[in-house]
Design a protein around this ligand. Structure first.
Ligand code: ATP
Ligand code: MG
Length: 158
């Protein structure tokens, strides 16, 4: 489907904001101009759900989660950042490996299988985009992914 990504993203963030039980504040840094992308909405929902669930799982009480979108040329960059415990730099790239979890003891108590981000990478790459993370231990984590912006063929004439 071709969807207005801003609207699609906002709806997912709304769902988490309404149902979250933690004391975590959401901040949306979303542009007013709509960006259209051609995506499998079920798959992208699964990707974003996992990234937001991770951010919530690792957020401290009173933490903040920031949601951003930046459009440049043909590419849309989406960012989800938290100010949680972070990931040691030598392990950041490994979080996209199947079954990889940073701290086994802590991960066990958090539940989950360690598959979420591996699946997310597969799905984003199937859409022609890329996904990566930047993190600093003790400061937080940002997950980025890109999608191709759909050029409207019709042209928008006012
Ligand atoms: P699942 O998603 O299958 O329920 P999971 O959340 O453990 O399980 P992934 O989403 O693939 O698996 O994440 C892999 C690991 O990366 C996590 O176990 C955690 O150690 C680390 N991680 C992911 N996101 C964050 C984050 N925002 N802050 C800190 N660590 C993170
Ligand atoms: Mg996960």
């Amino acid at each position: 489907d071709v969807v207005n990504f801003n609207q699609f993203f906002n709806r997912i963030i709304d769902r988490f904001e309404l149902s979250k039980s933690q004391n975590v504040t959401f901040h949306r840094i979303l542009p007013d101009v709509p960006y259209y992308v051609e995506i499998d909405t079920d798959k992208l929902t699964q990707v974003i759900d996992n990234i937001i669930s991770n951010a919530l799982k690792y957020s401290p009480d009173g933490g903040n989660i920031r949601f951003g979108i930046v459009g440049k040329d043909q590419e849309l960059k989406v960012m989800i950042s938290d100010d949680g415990m972070g990931i040691p730099s030598e392990n950041v790239e490994r979080i996209f490996d199947r079954f990889y979890r940073v701290d086994r003891a802590r991960a066990r108590s958090m539940g989950g299988t360690g598959l979420g981000l591996a699946i997310a990478r597969e799905m984003i790459e199937a859409h022609g985009g890329s996904i990566w993370a930047e993190s600093e231990e003790g400061l937080g984590t940002t997950v980025f992914f890109t999608l191709n912006i759909e050029q409207d063929e019709e042209g928008e004439w006012d």
